[in-house]
Ligand binder design. Structure first.
Ligand SMILES: [Zn+2]
Length: 257
């Protein structure tokens, strides 16, 4: 593979990933938006020692890519975070910042050259690390009480078509069930699916985790309420996660036999 044209803008904000036997493997990819008024302002902040934040990469709206931190180092992008019961995800992840003003400064669609660059960069990262599709997440998936990035305009289906992350097809009658209430049993099943996919479902987090799920998988409406369409979507994503996990287990068995 031709190596990508990536510009270097080293950030001082990183640490080592821990020494063996305590080092955790890199098995997660976290996508963010910058949420600042310009790419230059975001780069300055991610490289400001006082800010104590960074990411491994940044992708501008015209597709320009920057490397801020080596993948071998732990960048400070996820903060307090949780996925599939695991916390402190900076240890195990690669973080990509995608330039967009975000909900605070005028959230807007991610332009085509930027999405094409994000796709190339993600494929490049996935070629180096064993990152399963259900561990490719948005920042709001792993910190739903604090974060809403990369948000409902981010084109996850496009990435999934390129083999990056999960995007199960929608059920045929799903949209008709949007906004329709569900019973107690369905409600409990929906929360179980949400947890199985990886979201934190502690009582205080349930609604924000549901909203984060909807932003990503049902972006037309992310009110955090469990309606019929959300139930169907949760079940479809859970099944995709379980299928990917089963495929991975089979691969691992074959490798060791
Ligand atoms: Zn973020």
């Amino acid at each position: 593979m031709r190596s990508l044209a990536i510009r270097e803008r080293p950030s001082p904000n990183h640490s080592d990933r821990g020494a063996a036997p305590n080092a955790r493997p890199i098995n997660m990819l976290v996508l963010h938006y910058t949420g600042m008024q310009s790419a230059a302002a975001a780069l300055d902040r991610l490289c400001d020692q006082a800010a104590r934040v960074s990411s491994h990469y940044l992708v501008e709206e015209d597709g320009t890519m920057w490397r801020l931190v080596s993948e071998a180092r732990r960048a400070f992008h996820a903060g307090v975070s949780c996925w599939q019961g695991e916390a402190d995800l900076n240890w195990v992840s690669i973080g990509v910042e995608i330039v967009n003003p975000g909900h605070e400064w005028g959230y807007r669609p991610f332009p085509e050259p930027q999405m094409a660059a994000v796709e190339l960069l993600c494929r490049d990262i996935l070629s180096r690390h064993s990152i399963p599709p259900y561990r490719i997440v948005g920042h709001s998936d792993i910190a739903p009480d604090r974060k809403s990035d990369p948000g409902e305009l981010f084109d996850w289906p496009r990435l999934a078509r390129a083999g990056i992350g999960l995007w199960p097809p929608a059920a045929r009658d799903a949209v008709e069930r949007r906004g329709r209430g569900v019973g107690v049993v369905q409600h409990a099943a929906a929360l179980a699916d949400l947890a199985r996919i990886g979201y934190c479902v502690a009582a205080a987090m349930q609604q924000v985790s549901l909203a984060a799920f909807q932003r990503r998988y049902r972006p037309e409406r992310w009110d955090g309420l469990i309606d019929g369409e959300t139930c169907l979507r949760l079940r479809a994503v859970r099944m995709a996660v379980e299928a990917a996990q089963a495929a991975e287990a089979t691969r691992r068995r074959t490798r060791f036999n």
